[in-house]
Design a protein around this ligand. Structure first.
Ligand code: PRP
Length: 187
């Protein structure tokens, strides 16, 4: 596998743009409108799973027309530098909010095998939220190992290594405003 140069721009590594900035904006706006309708009067807690979900969360927040709270969790699923899910996620940072009786909406960048969300859902359910649902931007549905109830889904994507808009390649390029596919030589 060819190496990523950490001081280079993303261009040498980009195979193609999979989802453009305009497509992301349009879909996030649609999701925001749908969530605003469904959670009207409920002041949901948007619970973002770090780090990949951050850019999606901040755009989603701006597209919501209803009052809401935010909080964060960090789950280590791939291990530092690893690119394949270990299948045994670990909570690195727990949520700081008492979620008992709250309407919790988990916000994630991507669901792949489903191990991460399955682990988080099981843990949070024990804390008796009023409701617990999942909002993911990207769904690599063909890779699913564990079934996950996804209430809000941005895009179903093929089984390709994607980066940008919160998702990284070796911790780089999370800032890109689009979702790109990594060239095969670097996968
Ligand atoms: C990614 C993503 C999900 C998880 C999905 O996290 O943000 O949390 O993998 O994979 P799964 O469905 O197979 O469990 P990653 O470990 O890459 O961390 P990051 O969000 O900090 O980039």
């Amino acid at each position: 596998m060819a190496k990523i140069n950490p001081v280079s721009g993303y261009e040498p590594y980009l195979e193609r743009v999979l989802i453009s900035e305009a497509q992301l904006k349009g879909r996030v706006a649609e999701l925001g409108a749908e969530i605003s309708r469904d959670y009207a009067g409920l002041c949901p807690l948007l619970l973002c799973i770090l780090r990949g979900g951050v850019m999606f969360l901040t755009d989603l927040m701006r597209s919501l027309s209803i009052p809401h709270h935010i909080d964060f969790m960090a789950v280590s699923s791939y291990g530092v530098g690893a690119r394949v899910s270990s299948g045994s996620p670990r909570i690195v940072l727990d949520v700081n909010t008492d979620i008992a009786g709250r309407h919790v909406l988990l916000v994630e960048d991507i669901v792949d095998s489903g191990h991460t969300l399955d682990h988080v859902l099981r843990l949070l359910q024990t804390r008796e939220p009023a409701s617990l649902k999942v909002c993911v931007l990207l769904d690599k549905s063909e890779r699913r190992v564990v079934d996950i109830p996804v209430a809000y889904r941005g895009f179903v994507i093929p089984d390709e290594f994607v980066f940008g808009y919160g998702l990284d390649v070796d911790e780089l390029y999370r800032n890109l405003p689009f979702i790109g596919v990594l060239k095969q030589a670097y996968q």
